[in-house]
Design a protein around this ligand. Sequence first.
Ligand code: FAD
Length: 450
Amino acid sequence: MIGGSMAGLLAARVLSEHFDQVTVIERDRLPDGPGVRKGVPQARHLHAFWAGGMEVVERLLPGVGSDLLAAGAVPVGLPTDMAWLTPAGRWTQPFPATQRLLSATRVLLEWTVRSHVEKSANINFYTDHEVTALRLGVTGDVSGLTLRGRRTGTTADLCADLVVDAAGRGSKLPEWLVELGFLAPEETTIDSLLGYATRLLEIPAGFSARWKAVYIQNAPPDHPRGGIMFPIEGNRWVLTLIGAGGDYPPTDDEGFREFAVSLRSPVLADVLAIAEPVSPIWGYRRTANRWRHYEKLAMPGRLLAIGDSLCAFNPAYGQGMTVAAKEVDVLAGILADCRSSTDLFRALQGAQRAIAARAKGPWMLSTGSDLRYPTTVGASQTPIDRLVNRYLDRAMSAVSDDATVNAAFLRVLNMIDDPQALFAPRLMPRVLRPRRHHPAHAEGLPVPGR
Ligand SMILES: Cc1cc2nc3c(=O)[nH]c(=O)nc-3n(C[C@H](O)[C@H](O)[C@H](O)COP(=O)(O)OP(=O)(O)OC[C@H]3O[C@@H](n4cnc5c(N)ncnc54)[C@H](O)[C@@H]3O)c2cc1C
């Protein structure tokens, strides 16, 4: 396994059921607790892990949820606990919760998952080492890889019956394939030039509101700015401001505040006025949707790509980790019925295509929205995209006042259903029902203490 982050950890767990030994090779030194590390710089920013992903994690690693809760993760019922301003300019009614997520920092989530994976006797970690090349065997399949110690600089070769690349967005797999005489995969990149700025805040003593979380969704193309705030362990909020089309949120105090003031509701600016910051403001801009089409490539056998290495998303819909978990679940399903190593390697032959197919729905959701910004680079809307987006506009309006449409949208967002579910005949009349026009700007919500 190349990479010991979310995709690598979960895939290692699945492979440990079918292989004698799984070795996770990780470039970083892994901290002995929840901590940001160089290889996952995005971990400082708000990371929502949707119910569809958590369900896979709980199945593979029972007890992760209760450990997260014990470490201070906050249960958030959706939509009840979230003040949610949709692109249609309306606050969603606090319908009874149909989904639930455990809100925590990304570092706590990864640490909790890793501490469960480390319990498997046949998974071992080789940290502080980076993979620098793949090796081919006489059959033309991948037979291992080359490692380099990050501090020592010494290199070594390692044999493997299967190599899985989970090295994230920065994966060098295309270059390694070219070095071995294969083609690099085609890439599709759709970049809405989106930036994040994030700060942690202490929740003021005695604070109470009808919400635990706030989500002011970007509303393309007219409102490229949005903001999202979730409670996390340690009595804190993580507040992330988001700007698309190169309208990046600033990372200085005043600029951050002014950006919050400029959103379609003042609620996050109100929060900033009463809550003590407990971190610097961190920025992040490497957010393009990028799909490396390994599924179309004649890849050498015994090699797979998974997680962000295969398909990375604009993070605004919070999809990456849940997609990684779902891809791992596809792999688990493929291997489940294998009774012999012959079965197993035969089953793995079609695995890349099946894994990639799992990313299609989430890809549609994030690129479909991004293509509405005229500034988006890499593709533009087709007439069909426009038609679909017009329907989705109506759906987003219905999300705020129709509990059935709300529940259906949350099932898509939580990756329980594919986006096509929003076009089900039973939903169409609810979505298309005429509604009053609502202003694009909404009033703030009461923030006690001000
Ligand atoms: C700003 C931002 C916010 C996000 N918010 C969300 C969110 O709310 N919800 C969500 O689900 N997702 C979110 N994501 C996406 C999420 O972070 C990724 O999808 C997820 O981390 C992918 O996991 P991964 O294991 O595939 O890759 P990564 O987490 O990127 O990990 C790759 C690992 O491989 C290691 N590595 C790299 N190269 C080598 C090598 N040559 N040898 C050995 N090791 C190597 C790295 O050190 C790292 O540990 C967000 C992303 C960004 C940028």
